[in-house]
Design a protein around this ligand. Structure first.
Ligand code: 5AD
Ligand code: SF4
Length: 431
């Protein structure tokens, strides 16, 4: 009988970047003959890939670790590793009774050696790490592909640059090779990832150039990207998006605040007017653009007047959707030292008001689609026998069950369910 395989379970918390990193770690483990299992109880190696961007996310992970005390007692030989941002941020983890290995975001290549040799609790980081030669396999028809790691910005509230280190741009050839293999293995949509994709730069190739190059891969049906910092948006980006059919007319552009005073304290390096002008330019070139954003309320020193300016910006710009957060004080960031922190109850009040303002707009924007005919690519099985698709402007659309995954249809939107537009198939789109 052959030797039993090492079984691993991996759970991912947080952003798309973490989801991609988990795919990469899986690739490394599968190459080393490990086998993935669906629950922690079945595994001899447990990995938590963690997020530290807000305190809540970190607390959830600590809660999960505490819940494993019983399992660890019962099976002391299982190996539990905390990966990613909390691994780097939380200095107490070293003493946590269930944690065997602590692996920050730039240490994954050494992780397998560490868990095999049981050598050292903190896996050493490699600050130049690109994971460039690791090619993930599609777990889905819509996949992520990382083009940069780390971040060179130091927005005063954000812990990410301290945990994910400085920006590194992945070589063009490696991005194209991974993208091609993902498409050949069945991916229809690729989303290029970076903390700020606009900072991509490799031997004279900038972000619009790499976007164009990936868009030329045969068989790719939709190309998206996340995230863009408004201050670094290259002039060529909107024209390239507009003129390249496969590029989704979708832009996630975090505004963070509508107050110039708060934007300056956040060290965002743009003003509200600058942001609004960018959006005007984008919408002039791409009238169907889907625009989403991130907003923080209750940043230190945010007055009622500053908050009202954020509400005003939200009403003026009319985002299709927004990810809205109460400011969370992160130890080690500049803003954590600012004196005029806002009370939790006030942050909560502002967040609720912002959410209800934006929800109204999100609903109205979805309703504008009713009776419209659009082209949709079927991506996955949805609930209640429906299929889930994506429009050319990156909107999620519910389709009837007969729609075949990977096919493009012209559909007519006939109603909104929650905020999701629901369509009827008119015909298969011309290939
Ligand atoms: N508090 C609240 N929200 C934050 N974000 C980043 N850091 C913090 C923080 N300390 C939000 C920003 C960013 C998104 C990924 O998370 O809006 O764009
Ligand atoms: Fe954080 Fe700013 Fe970098 Fe985004 S651009 S990861 S908000 S520091």
């Amino acid at each position: 009988m052959g030797k039993q395989k090492n079984k691993f379970y991996i759970r991912t918390y947080g952003c798309q970047m973490n989801k991609y990193d988990s795919e990469m770690i899986k690739t490394l483990l599968l190459e080393e003959n490990f086998e993935e299992v669906p629950t922690a109880e079945e595994a001899n190696y447990i990995f938590f890939n963690t997020c530290a961007v807000r305190e809540n996310a970190e607390k959830r992970i600590l809660g999960r670790l505490n819940s494993l005390k019983g399992l660890k007692k019962e099976k002391p030989d299982i190996s539990i590793s905390v990966l990613g941002c909390v691994a780097k941020h939380n200095k107490e983890l070293i003493n946590h009774p269930v944690v065997d290995f602590i692996a920050p975001p730039d240490s994954y290549r050494s992780l397998i050696k560490a868990i095999r040799t049981k050598n050292g609790k903190i896996v050493p980081e490699n600050y130049c790490e690109q994971y460039s030669d690791i090619f993930t396999s599609p777990s889905n028809t819509s996949v992520y592909l990382s083009i940069t790691r780390g971040c060179n910005h130091f927005c005063s509230y954000c812990i990410v640059p301290y945990l994910r280190n400085r920006l590194r741009s992945r070589p063009v050839e490696d991005i194209l090779r991974e993208a091609e293999s993902l498409v050949n293995e069945g991916a229809n949509e690729i989303t290029l990832l970076g903390q700020n994709v606009n900072d991509y730069s490799y031997k004279g190739v900038n972000f619009p150039d790499i976007l164009k190059k990936v868009s030329e891969i045969k068989g790719l049906k939709l190309l998206s990207f996340l995230t863009s910092h408004p201050a670094d948006l290259p002039d060529k980006l909107f024209p390239v998006m507009a003129e390249t059919p496969v590029v989704a007319k979708y832009l996630h552009l975090p505004i963070q605040s509508g107050s110039d005073k708060i934007l300056a304290k956040m060290m965002r390096r743009y003003t509200n007017d600058y942001y609004i002008n960018l959006i005007k330019r984008a919408r002039a070139l791409m009238p169907d653009l889907t625009l989403t954003t991130d907003i923080i309320v209750g940043f230190p020193g945010e007055t009622e007047e500053d908050f009202k300016q954020t509400l005003k910006a939200v009403k003026l710009i009319r985002f299709d959707q927004a990810y809205m957060f109460a400011y969370s004080k992160r130890e080690g960031t500049l803003a954590s030292l600012f004196p005029d922190q806002i009370k939790d109850s006030e942050k909560k009040r502002r967040l609720q008001l912002l959410i209800s303002t934006q929800n109204e707009i999100t609903k109205e924007k979805a309703e504008e689609l009713v009776e419209k005919e659009i082209s949709v690519l079927t991506m996955a099985n949805g609930r209640k026998g429906q299929k889930i698709g994506k429009s050319k402007s990156g909107k999620i659309i519910a389709l009837p069950g007969v729609a075949k995954i990977g096919f493009e249809y012209i559909i007519k939107i006939y109603k909104i369910n929650g905020w999701i537009p629901v369509g009827r198939i008119k015909k298969e789109a011309d290939k």
